[in-house]
Design a protein around this ligand. Structure first.
Ligand SMILES: [Ca+2]
Length: 152
């Protein structure tokens, strides 16, 4: 009897496991994907607005998902709504991308806002990443309690 019961129970268990797996996959997918990983809000050295100093200020995003994500039209903005709109680019699975404040030549891993002034406040600010639709993807805040950078 015990064997029969076990055999009868196995398909039910397998079904439960499949169902659980399906239910768990939804939040797992939502949690995976693109996030703000690291913000260097206080560039090294004096804030002299040199291009090097401006580029020492950046936000690094990371794609924790298993497939490339198009960032076309996505927006990275500060608390004062200074916006950087992503061009038609993708971030590969598992890849990192830094968005620098100053000017430079965009590469797969480094993008440049082309600004002549700082964006990310050294005392406190919030970096927010949204999709083109405006849907919030991630936000990261810091204060003077944080050093010159913040892992999000
Ligand atoms: Ca700054």
């Amino acid at each position: 009897m015990r064997t029969i019961r076990l055999r009868a129970a196995l398909p039910a268990l397998a079904g439960a496991a499949l169902l659980t797996g399906t239910l768990l996959d939804v939040p797992a997918e939502a949690a995976g994907g693109v996030k703000i990983h690291h913000v260097w809000f206080d560039s090294p050295g004096p804030d002299n607005r040199s291009n090097k100093s401006l580029n020492g200020e950046w936000v690094q995003i990371r794609n924790t998902g298993g497939s490339a994500v198009s960032l076309k039209g996505w927006v990275l903005k500060d608390a004062s709504n200074h916006r950087y709109v992503f061009p038609n680019v993708k971030i590969g699975a598992g890849k990192y991308m830094k968005i620098h404040t100053g000017s430079g030549k965009d590469t797969a891993s480094d993008k440049y806002q082309g600004r002549r002034a700082y964006v990310w406040n050294n005392d406190k600010d919030t970096a927010t990443l949204t999709k083109a639709s405006g849907a919030k993807v991630w936000s990261c805040s810091w204060t003077t309690r944080d050093p010159s950078d913040k892992y999000c």
